[in-house]
Design a protein around this ligand. Structure first.
Ligand SMILES: N[C@@H](CCC(=O)N[C@@H](CS)C(=O)NCC(=O)O)C(=O)O
Length: 220
């Protein structure tokens, strides 16, 4: 039997403690019980280490995360999560039922395409002085769309009672909402789901407050 050596080495996550997209990948690794190494890419220091020519080789979009796994480099957190789903055992992150699976993708896309990109660092840097209001506006607008959808789809978690990629997207986005002072109390379903999910080990161990590159003054 031929086993590729690259499949035997631990995946490497190039990420940043406070990046919501890096956190998504950390949660997926934790839920699947996959050990991985982390290489910090500081988005602020040195003008942004994601902007170096060296890092651009890993992710031409010059964003984190980039994941070295099975001999390939993958960027885009949802592509990474779906690759893990298709290649690794462990709890399913996309439901078997096509309707629920579509709902998981819908909620994940609202966050990953409709909210997070609008409050991304490189966007806020272009906005300048109004950046906090800008980020707050688009998170607020996104959560106003998400709340009624989740009210319909949620059970214990975002879609029914099984943890999924939607939950992996939700929790880091709520963290960003707090950072930009969006009042999450306006969104009772989002708030309840976030609280329930934050009780789980996979969400706790992957939290920005306890990563290898978390600065001392932000450690929990
Ligand atoms: N769609 C990408 C988005 C990646 C992304 O936006 N990463 C942010 C951190 S969460 C980043 O690296 N920002 C750096 C910058 O804007 O310069 C994914 O899901 O991985």
């Amino acid at each position: 039997m031929h086993i590729s050596l690259s499949c035997l080495s631990k995946p490497i996550l190039h990420g940043y403690f406070r990046s919501s997209c890096s956190w998504r990948v950390r949660i997926a690794f934790a839920l699947k019980g996959i050990e991985f190494d982390q290489v910090p890419v500081n988005l602020i220091k040195d003008g942004g280490q994601q902007l170096t020519d060296q890092y651009k080789q890993l992710n031409p979009m010059q964003q984190v995360p980039a994941v070295h796994i099975d001999g390939i480099i993958l960027s885009q957190s949802l592509a990474v999560i779906q690759y893990l789903e298709e290649t690794r055992p462990g709890p399913r992150l996309l439901p078997a039922d096509p309707v629920k699976r579509a709902q998981v993708r819908m909620v994940s896309d609202i966050i990953a395409s409709g909210i997070q990109p609008l409050q991304n660092l490189c966007v806020l840097q272009k906005i300048g002085a109004e950046k906090a209001q800008w980020a707050q506006h688009f998170i607020q607008r996104g959560f106003e769309a998400l709340e009624p959808i989740l009210k319909e789809t949620a059970g214990k978690y975002c879609i029914g009672d099984e943890i999924s990629m939607a939950d992996i997207c939700l929790v880091p986005q709520v963290y960003n909402a707090d950072r930009f002072k969006v009042d999450v109390d306006q969104f009772p379903t989002i708030k309840r789901l976030n609280q329930t999910l934050m009780e789980l080990d996979a969400f706790k161990v992957s939290h920005p407050s306890c990563q290898p590159d978390t600065p001392a003054d932000m450690r929990a």
